[in-house]
Design a protein around this ligand. Structure first.
Ligand code: BEZ
Ligand code: FE
Length: 308
């Protein structure tokens, strides 16, 4: 077979040159003294070269990618982390979480942390209100924290945070308010309960290069409605997760791939006038949800071999 100068030669000489370059780059990292760093760098080189060769990346496309990453860097500052959004929207955050929170018995699945957690959220009592001044329909949340043998975990620290009915976290208002976040501790039987607001959908920040990427790809920046949890207890793997609302039409298209089937819960909507569990005076509708949490022991070895 003959080729003109402009047509790609994907035959043996071309493949040999590409392979030779890859091997040379790999060898240049052979002397790396830190074995883990060596594994990471050589793995990255292998996969990056495979990608370039696989899609037959053009020089113009590579230049565009570099310009895109430069813009991701420029918009990133102490408050805006566009690289994390990029990782989230490429599914890399969720895959890293999946790899590092190996399935263990019926332990509750983990999902993305997101950028809106704040340390030192107010302490509420069991049955207290984490909503504060956040707008939204009241939602009663209750459940237990147990280990994988079914034993209660008393004194577990539960952090909860969520966006208000307008789709904003308190920190996004920039006026120093604290609303829609709190922490509480499980009682002697591992039980917990609190008032929140019924979760509503909201977009991830999409006014930067990651938003442009989503638009170009025909993807939505919307996250499925959710309520964030982080559960911390001595001797257990810290769980970072959310619960999602069954029936939410965004469950299949969550912008950051955070939805797990096991985390979709029934939020029962109750008509105005239905007495709430704690006798709180409410004028309008409210909802309730149950979320029973199971913690894996810390340092838990996976029960199945991960795929290679
Ligand atoms: C969040 O759920 O808060 C979130 C997660 C990933 C990106 C942006 C927001
Ligand atoms: Fe969120």
């Amino acid at each position: 077979m003959t080729h003109s100068d402009a047509s790609p030669d994907t035959g043996s000489e071309q493949a040999r040159r590409e392979e030779e370059l890859l091997e040379r780059v790999l060898r240049s990292y052979d002397a790396c003294a830190d074995p883990r760093l060596k594994e990471l760098l050589q793995g990255l080189v292998r996969h990056l070269h495979a990608f370039i060769r696989d899609v037959r990346l053009t020089e113009e496309e590579w230049q565009k990618a570099i310009e895109f990453l430069t813009r991701v860097g420029r918009i990133t500052d102490g408050k805006r982390q566009e690289f994390v959004l990029l990782s989230d929207t490429l599914g890399a955050s969720m895959q890293t979480i999946t790899v590092n929170n190996q399935a263990y018995g019926d332990a509750t699945e983990a999902t993305v942390f997101g950028p809106f957690f704040v340390e030192d959220a107010p302490l509420i009592r069991l049955g207290g209100d984490m909503a504060g001044e956040a707008s939204g329909e009241p939602c009663w949340v209750e459940g237990t924290v147990r280990d994988t043998d079914g034993n209660a975990v008393p004194g577990a620290r539960i952090e909860v945070w969520e966006a208000d009915a307008d789709g904003f976290y308190d920190v996004q208002y920039g006026d120093g308010r604290t609303a829609g976040r709190a922490h509480l501790f499980t009682g002697p039987d591992g039980e917990y309960r609190f008032w929140a607001i019924t979760p509503t959908p909201y977009p991830i920040p999409h006014d930067g290069p990651v938003g442009e990427m989503l638009t170009a790809a025909g993807r939505s920046p919307m996250r499925a409605s959710h309520l964030h949890f982080m559960v911390i207890a001595e001797g257990y793997r810290t769980l970072v997760t959310h619960i999602f609302v069954r029936g939410d039409e965004l469950l299949e298209s969550d912008a950051v791939f955070g939805v797990r089937k096991s985390l979709i819960k029934d939020f029962e909507r109750l008509p105005a006038g239905t007495p709430p569990p704690d006798g709180r005076a409410l004028d309008g509708t409210w909802s309730k949800v149950r979320f029973d949490i199971v913690l894996a022991p810390s340092g838990a070895a996976p029960q199945e071999e991960p795929p290679h």
